[in-house]
Design a protein around this ligand. Structure first.
Ligand SMILES: *[C@@H]1O[C@H](CO)[C@@H](O)[C@H](O)[C@H]1NC(C)=O
Length: 329
């Protein structure tokens, strides 16, 4: 009789342990809910912060990974859709990433919103129109005025409104026309203040890079305006979120001299000695300044006159304003 009781107790113990284990495992899974979060409005262009929604916050606490906030300015052009698709599918390979896409437009375009909603990424969709006097005109060389300044500042503004210094993260200004290796994101994730690395195919050189001695940045390999405080391309650095939040005055200056845009932000945040070299002491290139060739669309108008124009219902651009966009190009 005593033996029997003991057996019953043993079975009871084993069954309840298994039950408890199962419950714990289920709890763990519930936190990995980025897809459900999105359908709950995670990605909607609202001022309420998706990053403050309960799900991802819990998720990050569990994962203990600092979030990579990618601020990407973008503007309407024939290959915009192709660029954003290419970029978003690279970003899918990066865990704990939040894409802040900022359109240079008076309104958020529905087609960009659709692209984001279908991307599978955590994102925030913003927009701000560059004031006309600051905008490049048709025929202007693209170096004449800095592009994307207002949009990057809008991304910074959003982060300051919606994140707190308690949030661990890093901010990277990633244009939609560069090529990114997933290795780059591994390098930047644990940034204390500002991390730096080489950028390929930029500044008229094979690469630009910070020069590193004994683990510290001591200068820069660059050929152009070498007297800049930080002769670093936009793609060549990332800033810790908390450092940005501690310096609310730090932003990109739209009126700064050509080539000084990056410096206009960084001088608020660090000194050269404090820069954190990444990518094997700045010897590896994980990001390239690739520029997509402007598509030639001359034949479209010709065919249209013959009544044989391309089907406007086939989605190529992120704008239905087809004539306008082709002519503006
Ligand atoms: C960078 O250089 C420092 C000092 O020379 C060295 O200790 C360190 O191992 C190097 N790091 C990498 C990743 O190569």
């Amino acid at each position: 009789m005593r033996l029997k009781l003991r057996n019953i107790f043993l079975v009871y113990f084993v069954v309840s342990s298994v039950g408890l284990l199962y419950a714990v495992l289920q709890l763990g899974q519930q936190c990995d809910c980025s897809h459900q979060m999105k359908s709950l409005g995670m990605g909607r262009p609202k001022e309420q912060n998706p990053g403050h929604a309960k799900g991802p916050r819990e998720k990050h606490v569990v994962d203990q990974l600092p979030v990579i906030y990618l601020v990407t300015p973008t503007y309407a052009r024939p290959h915009q859709r192709a660029e954003l698709i290419r970029m978003s599918q690279t970003l899918l390979l990066v865990p704990d990433l939040h894409w802040i896409l900022v359109e240079d437009s008076a309104e958020r375009s529905p087609l960009v919103a659709d692209l984001l909603a279908q991307s599978g990424l955590h994102y925030t969709h913003l927009n701000v129109l560059t004031p006309p006097p600051m905008k490049l005109k048709e025929g202007d060389p693209n170096w004449l005025k800095p592009r994307g300044v207002e949009q990057r500042n809008e991304g910074l503004r959003w982060l300051r409104v919606n994140q707190s210094p308690m949030d661990r993260g890093v901010v990277y200004f990633a244009d939609d026309d560069n090529t990114y290796s997933v290795n780059l994101f591994k390098e930047m994730r644990y940034t204390q203040k500002v991390s730096v690395w080489p950028v390929g195919l930029v500044g008229g050189l094979k690469y630009e890079r910070p020069l590193v001695d004994k683990g510290h940045v001591v200068g820069f390999h660059t050929a152009w305006k070498t007297h800049r405080p930080f002769p670093i391309d936009m793609a060549g650095f990332a800033v810790s979120l908390s450092l940005l939040l501690m310096h609310p005055e730090a932003r990109f200056d739209p009126n700064t001299e050509r080539g000084f845009l990056e410096s206009s932000l960084l001088t608020h945040l660090v000194s050269m000695e404090e820069l954190e070299p990444r990518a094997d002491n700045c010897t590896k290139i994980w990001v390239w300044h690739t520029r997509t060739e402007k598509p030639k669309l001359k034949q479209e108008e010709a065919l249209e006159k013959l009544g044989r124009g391309s089907d406007p219902n086939i989605l190529v651009y992120l704008s239905h304003d087809y004539q306008h966009i082709v002519k503006a190009f």
